[in-house]
Design a protein around this ligand. Sequence first.
Ligand code: ADP
Length: 334
Amino acid sequence: ERVVAPGAEDLERAAEAALRPRRLAEFVGQRVVREQLELVLHAALGRGGTPDHVLLSGPPGLGKTTLAMIIGAELGTSVRVTSGPAIQHAGDLAAVLSSLEEGEVLFIDEIHRLARPAEELLYVAMEDFRVDVVVGKGAGANAIGLALPPFTVVGATTRAGLLPAPLRDRFGFTGHLDFYDDGELEQVLSRSAGLLEVDLHADAGGEIASRSRGTPRIANRLLRRVRDWAQVRSDGTLDLAAARSALAVYEVDSLGLDRLDRSVLTALCTRFGGGPVGLTTLAVAVGEEPETVETVAEPFLVREGLIGRTPRGRVATARAWDHLGLVPPEVGGT
Ligand code: ADP
């Protein structure tokens, strides 16, 4: 329900799919990964074979799913989609694998969340294009090795470090996606505005980009909110005034902080003198679960240099005081 959440909400999947770039050339930014991937794919096409398995890592909303779909499009093949949490039993994965057709792409989102037995089945399948299926039950049960046609696994993970080495080693290519700069987000936005058939002024695009936390998913979502505002409250023009007014309604500030982020920061400064204060104490002060503060608000606050983590607890940085328009208490006197 947070307008600045980096993960996809179920309700917005259709809206997102409509804005996905379909080909590598349309994919904005991530120059290094794009070039490397282009080589991997075109070399495989040239040889008439399937490319190495591809692992994509990076925070939510930066384009991993989009790239998986693009890989299928560039190879001229279909993409089967599943995810780590969706595969409960190794048998579920065996069923998916044994139904793959030659050259198909199998996209496994959140691959770090695969259960252990499924993971083991997967790396044998990736390496040897073989899956062992158990036939029959009880004492008469028999494992039969089933040969699979060549296919390509594209795995996506927010935490490459969580993948066990044997699985990680089966990927011939790993691409790491990084946060986008404002210029790249402006390109994403102007492309999306074209698809949505709205007139996005350049300065409004810049304003939305600068509040999007380096994340195309958030940029596209804020664009849709600004479009709603312009449609209902004015004549549909997406100019700077419309962008600012809409983002004020959604309580997204100049740095892209929302109400939760700001309440954490404000509590840290005004109630605890800028810290250090423990996570639990801070969470109680803002009426949230410690886990929410730690996983939802903190990563971006730390990345922006607004909060520091020290052994004695969280501290507000000079930038935090400045952003809130507050004066830090004097330390030590002058
Ligand atoms: P992830 O799988 O990493 O969470 P997605 O691939 O679902 O992210 O991307 C989220 C949204 O952001 C999609 O709607 C997609 O259109 C858009 N997007 C992501 N990366 C790009 C990009 N490089 N260029 C244009 N749009 C992008």
